[in-house]
Design a protein around this ligand. Structure first.
Ligand code: SOE
Length: 384
């Protein structure tokens, strides 16, 4: 008989993220067999009944719900996974925490600072395990970047540069709001590329390079009005289509961040580069198994950027997959997050980023928004 403990999952939301998380739960036991906890897909919940049964069957959920409040009350659910649009994160998380459930929440944690603070308070009061799905940290090449920085190989860090570029909203006839397009609706999403894309860059940056102290930002909405799918009317667009900022990190380095959905030709180009006194590293989501590394102490005749194929067993997470040389993909970052969450239940060590850590990202987003509005530098209030 298996000695594994079961962790019963209740997933809320069945969109793109619902699928990435479900895949994570389904794959983890095969590839991380030493874990003591096994996730059980107990229930999935969303309102669109015509799709609900199909989703449950496709991903292996035992039951379905159409009301998240009912799901949260169920005694057979241990952990609530929030994959709904941003405007529901706070309400669901606060109720789930009060019901004593563990919570895994999709990014960004909330639409704004007030909501994320309330969520942190609720989690703290309830004392339940929690994590936020900033998944890119868990790609092996990005985790390797963290190890390299931690080893001190870069020396003093001078610059951190990140981009997240897409092009899917350039078309002026694309509507806003409703299923599939809620990211275009400020009332639901909270912001545009700031919360959707820059939040990823900020999370990775503060994980790799420490706190962001202050920012100066600009943002733009290129297409000012769009048809709203739910009202059928042409309405003002409230989201930022593009947002960039400069910042100071607490360690004295300078940051430069850019995100847009108007970079024709780019679908999801997330890149970062870090320049230290002794070495530099850079990474590109479109070539996600590679980390580029320049070491100034290399012999001059062979000095140059190395392209490290991060697929060896002694590199992060890779001993869990195939054999050296064989790469993995985007979806594996979610499998890794599930594995790390399950491990955190064994060790009692929080699964980073916790709500409290994701709230720090929210502080930076808030300062960026305020700076873009006022045109002046803003302190973030980030704690390190
Ligand atoms: C938006 O297009 C999006 O899907 C984000 O919501 C994700 O967080 C990002 O990883 C990819 O782009």
């Amino acid at each position: 008989m298996s000695t594994k403990k079961k962790l019963n999952i209740g997933l809320i939301g069945g969109g793109f993220m619902g699928r990435t998380h479900s895949n994570g739960y389904n794959r983890v036991a095969n590839f991380f067999p030493a874990l003591q906890y096994t996730p059980v897909l107990k229930a999935v919940c969303f309102r669109n009944e015509s799709k609900l049964k199909g989703f449950a069957e496709q991903w292996g959920y035992e039951s379905t719900e159409t009301d998240w409040r009912k799901m949260i009350k169920r005694n057979d659910i241990d952990a609530i996974d929030i994959c709904t649009p941003n405007d529901t994160h706070a309400e669901i998380a606060i109720a789930a925490a009060a019901a004593g459930k563990m919570i895994l929440c999709e990014k960004p944690l909330a639409r704004n600072l007030e909501e994320s603070q309330q969520m942190v308070d609720a989690i703290t009061k309830a004392g339940v395990a929690n994590t936020v799905w900033y998944n890119y940290r868990r790609l092996p090449a990005v985790t390797l970047a963290k190890q390299i920085i931690g080893s001190g190989k870069l020396g003093q860090i001078f610059h951190y540069r990140a981009n997240f570029l897409q092009d899917w909203t350039i078309n002026a006839s694309l509507p806003q709001g409703g299923e599939g397009l809620w990211r275009m609706d400020a009332a639901v999403a909270g912001s545009g590329v700031l919360g959707d894309l820059l939040s990823h860059c900020i999370d990775t940056a503060m994980w790799l390079n420490g706190g962001i102290k202050d920012v100066t930002a600009m943002s733009e909405t290129f297409i000012k009005e769009r048809m709203h799918q739910l009202t059928g009317k042409v309405e003002k667009v409230g989201i930022d289509d593009a947002c960039s900022f400069l910042c100071h990190f607490s360690n004295g380095s300078l940051g430069l961040f850019e995100s847009t959905r108007y970079a024709r030709g780019h679908k999801a180009l997330y890149t970062f580069e870090i320049n230290g006194a002794n070495a530099s590293i850079r990474w590109d989501l479109h070539d996600l198994n590679r980390l580029e590394y320049f070491d100034n102490s290399d012999e001059s005749i062979v000095k140059g950027w190395r392209s490290i194929h991060v697929t060896d067993g002694d590199q992060p997470y890779m001993n869990k997959w195939w054999v050296p040389g064989l790469g993995i993909g985007y979806e594996h970052s979610f499998v890794h997050q599930v594995a790390d969450f399950l491990e955190s239940l064994e060790t009692g060590k929080p699964c980073s980023p916790t709500f409290a850590e994701a709230h720090q990202t929210q502080l930076v987003c808030n300062a960026v928004q305020e700076s873009a509005k006022s045109g002046s530098w803003k302190n973030t209030g980030v704690s390190n």
